[in-house]
Design a protein around this ligand. Structure first.
Ligand code: MOS
Length: 721
């Protein structure tokens, strides 16, 4: 059968609002997540985590547990299949954290020491909780601070350049009319995705088949293949729907445990993490201690710029929270220095968490800029305009586009910034002190090689195949819009298949690079298909026509430039200094972040990031117990995230900023929404109260302590006057 398709050119899908194609499935419960897909003969694994922070496992007393109802096996270091952790994965070096059940060492509290597998989830959990594990405990250290004697510079980290330096810093500081020299801290923070991590593994006709919740099935499949020394073609990973990732959903111990168990038991095994287990098994954002020194002329022009950021890592793997990278993009100075330092502690390895580096880094840097504006008596926006670099401050390379000032201009107009009295502590509304603040935002705009296939079907519909991951962003919908424009058809005629490693390699949903990387590949394949269809004059054979793309060459040929998204954040807060309560009343974010593919879902994503920034400013803080090395309150009752009542009217919008070198003009919006928000809130709290808060979160007790100090100081001044 052949069909003659009359293709009437339809364009303009990119940039117009579309509800997500899988939205109905999600709200009706038809969409199945990794932990709820039914299988015959499914067994359930439950992880047992160490209760000590450092030491050796003396014994895993599995005898009594094996006799419990439904228990099928207990895997531990004495009997688990061997794996090879020596491969170089996404973190650029071998990751021993994936080598669970391989040895008797315990590197942190919450390290997996056993997996109990049973017929039902309840039986597995009961047995796991009954399992006695004996340890030889060793002294541990989980206390992070900048002055830790073990602090070192991570010279050879494959992901992050530890240090950049130009000019004579001390000389420029000496020559500065105004100096800001402050330390800022941010606490340990957790991704807290709504959907806990879950994986079901089984052997299916000689192939390992894993149903997972992840940010990139190519990635997880490739790492599983290397870890278990399998032919990559014999591993398939799918991740149909994902309830949030934020950097935490790559390969973690639970998938490894599920694969081990299915290999031993020859039946499908599912391992789902509990909220509590997520606190030690899937990464987190390291606490940071950041010293910033800014030296400027009286008019605010920077002479000296110094950002030194401390974060922690585990004893088994190195991860750098790259808080100091921001200044390499944002501000130039005659002397410019950025440095990362690490402290190794007996804690789990931190990981990427939404805007890794930029999120905590921008709290420190954009607070310091506000302090400099105050000291120079220059408007914070004018100060930033005065320090706009013409090229990358460290690289010297040109910017692909840099529209941060356009964001400030549009934001200031909408927020009513012109009417702001810069003096702090003046505005009152009943018991509330009111203030406003602003901060800049930036995040890299990257792209990575991907492959895609687009098929013209005989029924005149199209199928796009790209191994994208939709972690809640609306990736399917975005790819339908991108393909629609390239094919010049209505998006309703396009179906999109994603999240299956068998679709071929593609970038992960990470680094704000997913949509741009996938769209490039989809556009390339769709363009070719459109040309082939034109040549065929619309005659489509029964099996359809497929065009394929691989963007490796095109992406590799991109000229080296500073490529970033930018933004301006505005916040209005009300502070009750009698109770310590801070309410954010308004947030506005204006972004220059490339072509916006789907304004509806883009706005949601940006608002989500901004909400997280608010949450980071006021609520989020994981507390570690120094005595036992684990968390206190490792759940969503103890770990506070902003919820409905905390979140005010948030507006997110953008200025025109298509990337000049991208086929669709995309830059990426996954992470920039959070950047700068905590600083904008902290700057607004200063504007309301007159007190700088340099430690996050800005808890009620910190507001109260500051208010007490202000009262004491005012009384003293009154007495001495
Ligand atoms: Mo993002 S922290 O790269 O998922």
């Amino acid at each position: 059968m052949t069909t003659t398709a009359k293709i009437a050119a339809v364009t303009g899908s990119v940039g117009s609002a579309h509800t997500r194609v899988e939205g109905r499935d999600k709200v009706t419960g038809a969409a199945r997540y990794a932990g709820e897909i039914p299988f015959a003969e499914l067994a359930y694994g439950w992880l047992v985590l160490s209760t000590v922070a450092r030491g050796r496992i003396r014994s895993v007393e599995d005898g009594p547990v094996l006799a419990m109802p439904g228990v099928l096996t207990v895997l531990h270091h004495g009997n688990a299949p061997r794996v090879d952790t020596d491969y170089v994965g996404m973190l650029g070096r071998p990751n021993p954290v994936l080598g669970i059940f391989q040895h008797d060492r315990v590197p942190f509290a919450g390290w997996p020491v056993a997996l109990v597998v049973a017929e039902t989830s309840e039986q597995a959990r009961e047995a796991a909780e009954a399992l006695v594990v004996r340890y030889e405990e060793e002294p541990h250290d989980v206390a992070f601070r900048a002055g830790h004697p073990g602090a070192y510079t991570p010279e050879n980290n494959p992901m992050v350049q530890a240090e950049t330096a130009k000019g004579n810093l001390e000389a420029q500081l000496d020559a500065s009319a105004v100096v800001v020299d402050e330390e800022y801290t941010t606490p340990e923070e957790h991704h807290s995705a709504m959907e806990p991590h879950a994986a079901t593994a089984r052997w299916d006709g000689g192939r390992l088949d894993v149903l997972d919740s992840n940010q990139g099935s190519t990635w997880v499949a490739s790492e599983l293949a290397q870890l278990f020394s399998l032919d990559p073609a014999s591993v398939r990973v799918r991740s149909e729907h994902v309830g949030g990732g934020f950097g935490s959903k790559g390969l973690s111990p639970h998938q490894v445990a599920a694969v081990m168990a299915t290999t031993v038991l020859h039946r499908p095994v599912r391992v789902v993490l509990t909220r509590r287990q997520m606190f030690s098994l899937v990464g987190f954002r390291s606490p940071t201690a950041q010293r910033i020194r800014l030296g400027a002329d009286a008019d605010g022009r920077l002479r000296a710029f110094d950002h030194r950021a401390h974060s922690l890592t585990s004893t088994v793997h190195e991860f750098v929270e790259s808080s100091a990278v921001l200044g390499r993009v944002m501000y130039d100075a005659d002397a410019h220095h950025t440095l990362h330092r690490l402290v190794r502690l007996d804690v789990p390895t931190p990981a990427w968490m939404r805007a890794p580096g930029e999120a905590p880094g921008s709290f420190a840097l954009e607070s310091a800029l506000d302090e400099l504006a105050e000291k120079c008596a220059v408007d914070p926006i004018a100060l930033r305009a005065r320090n706009e670099p013409g090229a990358g401050p460290v690289s010297g390379m040109p910017f692909s586009s840099r529209n941060v000032l356009a964001c400030f201009e549009e934001g200031a107009r909408r927020f009513g910034w012109a009417h702001r009295d810069p003096r702090p502590g003046l505005r009152r509304e009943g018991r509330w002190l009111l203030g406003t603040g602003t901060a800049a935002a930036t995040y890299p705009s990257g792209v990575a090689p991907s492959t895609a296939a687009v098929t013209a079907e005989a029924d005149r519909t199209f199928t796009v195949r790209i191994n994208a991951a939709d972690i809640g962003t609306g990736a399917r919908t975005a790819m339908a819009l991108v393909a629609a424009d390239a094919l010049e058809v209505d998006p309703g005629r396009i179906r999109v298949r994603i999240a299956d490693s068998d679709l071929g390699p593609a970038m992960i949903a990470g680094g704000s690079m997913g949509t741009r990387s996938w769209a490039w590949a989809v556009t390339a394949a769709a363009n070719e298909l459109r040309e082939r269809l034109a040549a065929l004059e619309g005659v489509i054979p029964a099996e359809g026509i497929t065009a394929r793309s691989d963007t490796t060459e095109a992406v590799g040929a991109l000229a080296k430039k500073e490529r970033h998204s930018f933004g301006a954040q505005f916040a209005e807060v009300a502070v009750d200094t009698a109770t310590g309560e801070v309410r954010v009343r308004r947030l506005l974010g204006i972004y220059a972040a490339g072509t916006i593919v789907n304004p509806l879902t883009a706005r949601s994503q940006l608002i989500g990031g901004m909400t997280w920034g608010l949450s980071m400013a006021l609520h989020e803080e994981a507390i570690r117990d120094r005595a036992d090395g684990g968390h206190i309150g490792a759940d969503l009752a103890g770990y506070h995230v902003a919820t409905h009542a905390d979140v005010p009217l948030i507006e997110a919008d953008w200025v025109d900023d298509p990337d000049p070198d991208d086929p669709v003009g995309i830059k990426g919006i996954g992470e920039i929404g959070i950047v700068g928000v905590a600083a904008a809130v902290a700057n607004a709290v200063w504007h309301a109260t007159g007190t700088r808060h340099r430690d996050l979160p800005i808890r009620p007790d910190r507001i109260l302590r500051a208010a007490d100090e202000t009262r004491r100081r005012t009384a003293q001044e009154a007495r001495s006057a």
